[in-house]
Design a protein around this ligand. Sequence first.
Ligand code: SF4
Ligand code: SF4
Length: 385
Amino acid sequence: MIAPLKPGEHLVLSLGGLGDLLQQLRRDGYQLVGPTVRDGAIVHAEISGIEALPAGWTEVQEAGAYRLKRRSDGALFGYSVGPQSWKQLFFVPRLRLWTAHRTEGGFTVEKDEAAPPRLALIGARSCDLHAIEVQDRTFLQGPSVDPDYAARRRDVFVVAVQCGQAGGTCFCASMKTGPRATSGFDLALTELFEPHRFEVEIGTERGAELAGRAGAAPAGSADVEAAAAVVQQTERSMGRRMDTADIKELLYRNQEHPRWDDVADRCLGCANCTLACPTCFCGSVEDVSDLSGDTAERWRRWDSCFTLDHSYLHGGSVRASIRSRYRQWLTHKVASWIDQFGTSGCVGCGRCITWCPVGIDITEEVAAIRATDGARSGESKEPAT
Ligand code: SF4
Ligand code: SF4
């Protein structure tokens, strides 16, 4: 009798076996969400199986630049991270909270309580698994639990992929969030070639059970070593880094640094960085009514600390300048987040760098402040907000 598979064990799955595994997940009632090529980018979308994955595609990323490129092999996961993280599946961009209907003597309120789909994330990377943990602290582990987020996060199955290449803008090794996924998954795949196959690390009992059903076989030491070498090479080739030593104190004591004026001259206040960031969680609530005035709805939608209205309080915006808004974002992300949640709010995915239209680079901004620690702007008249 074959002993049951256990978390921590390593297996090998053929290309066809991965296809079977995805179909088993669908038969188990999961909706597959994975990478696919659309509109010139690798995006996350509902997929029906292995044939939807971005076979033979990779991407080139730099500050303010992203483009797809063909690979010479048929890699299914031969890219780093696309524009979207997984946050849009759990902290959804637009959410109707309730609908109110006028009645004879007043009004009634209906809550939107449709059951969310049971999701299987295909191809999640280590940085994004850490980002999910960061958002869980905000929405599930704070003084109040967000019920919609909680319902969407429940029973999510995660098939992680170990990064086989560093993206042009990522720096997860500095943030200690990658490139090797060590937790937060049911199964973690490393894509290997000649022959095309996947080394599989089991993360949970249900992952073990699924891999067994998909026909995964025990991995030999050569496959385990080949998989480890893939991630080591990714770490070695990571082009960016952020020095995080005493970063909280560094930013707290440099609230009047002239670099904030410099970045304000370049920043458009467009909010792209916060929308692409897998950990940003700002939202706003707005009410809308139909023309008859008989029905009203309350919606929550993503917002950003880069919008002027986000810090509007009784008659004015608390952070009226781009300088103060960028400073707030960066200081929160890598400094005050630590006070608030016990970890950094940055997982080093690099999306804010790639998707900034003017190529502002969070690693460069921190390095510039560190290089001239203690410098003060002569022009600043703003209080340290
Ligand atoms: S701040 Fe930038 S690099 Fe850090 S997690 Fe957000 S998008 Fe990724
Ligand atoms: S840093 Fe870049 S992406 Fe973020 S608001 Fe400024 S211009 Fe937009």
